[in-house]
Design a protein around this ligand. Structure first.
Ligand SMILES: Nc1ncnc2c1ncn2[C@@H]1O[C@H](COP(=O)(O)OP(=O)(O)O)[C@@H](O)[C@H]1O
Ligand SMILES: [Mg+2]
Length: 226
């Protein structure tokens, strides 16, 4: 299996009170193509930071992020945006759905930029909402939905465009265990049928149970285990 991502000597630190505070220290890890993996670790250990780096939403302080064989960590913003649009589906912990749009419009939002006609964009978005069990709420706006329904809408937006990789920050945090199992089933199906890669941060034991590789972050270091 070839690597989807390779992180080489990756450091991430931020400045606080003129001091450099390290979050991730000299990471050397890979994520395989079509992987299904979880990042676990205590609160504040750097899970969101790592996902933001993989999603090219943030840049490493040092080191490289090799994606598709290319160092993408420090590309110009327009090139990063292009990679994100075509290849990455991101599920943010706080969703970032557009409040003035319905969840159907949120879900279809990126599809016209990827060449979908408006009819196909709507059809694909509806099918995705149906897969996640919320098609009956398609015409509601995010604030008219429960937390769990909003979470599913955020997942729908990320997977509707069939990205190469889905990066999801605690994607089942607001779901009951039955819904969580259903969503994981939908992810697994996509992994099999489209070879989509899934990288999650999570505390959810349901989700961890399905992971092929578990990445443990602690004290800025990462280790893997099954
Ligand atoms: N730009 C930044 N400014 C201040 N603190 C930051 C910044 N980036 C990350 N951090 C800190 O880095 C640590 C890791 O954060 P995060 O990745 O959100 O952890 P997790 O998702 O595992 O809870 C936290 O202590 C957070 O406050
Ligand atoms: Mg986090």
């Amino acid at each position: 299996m070839s690597a989807l991502y390779r992180l080489q000597n990756l450091d991430y630190s931020y400045e606080w009170n003129k001091q450099k505070v390290p979050v991730l220290k000299t990471l050397n890890i890979s994520f395989d193509e079509a992987c299904f993996c979880c990042i676990v670790g205590p609160s504040g250990s750097g899970k969101t930071t790592l996902l933001n780096l993989l999603g090219l939403l943030d840049a490493p302080t040092n080191g490289q992020i090799i994606f598709g064989g290319k160092d993408v960590g420090n590309l110009p913003e327009s090139e990063k945006e292009n990679i994100r649009l075509h290849q990455v589906g991101f599920v943010f912990q706080s969703f970032y759905l557009i409040p003035t749009l319905t969840i159907l419009e949120n879900t279809s939002y990126f599809l016209p930029s990827l060449g979908y006609s408006s009819v196909d964009a709507k059809k694909t978005a509806l099918e995705t909402l149906d897969l996640l069990g919320i098609a009956n709420h398609a015409n509601k706006k995010p604030l008219e939905l429960s937390g769990g329904q909003r979470q599913r809408a955020a997942i729908a937006r990320a997977i509707a465009k069939k990205p190469a990789v889905v990066l999801a920050d605690e994607p089942t945090a607001n779901l009951d265990s039955e819904t969580s199992e259903k969503i994981i089933g939908a992810f697994k199906e996509l992994q099999k049928s489209q070879r989509t890669s899934f990288i999650f941060s999570t505390h959810d034991s349901h989700l961890v149970k399905y992971a092929e590789t578990i990445y443990h972050i602690k004290d800025g270091q990462i280790s893997t285990g099954a």
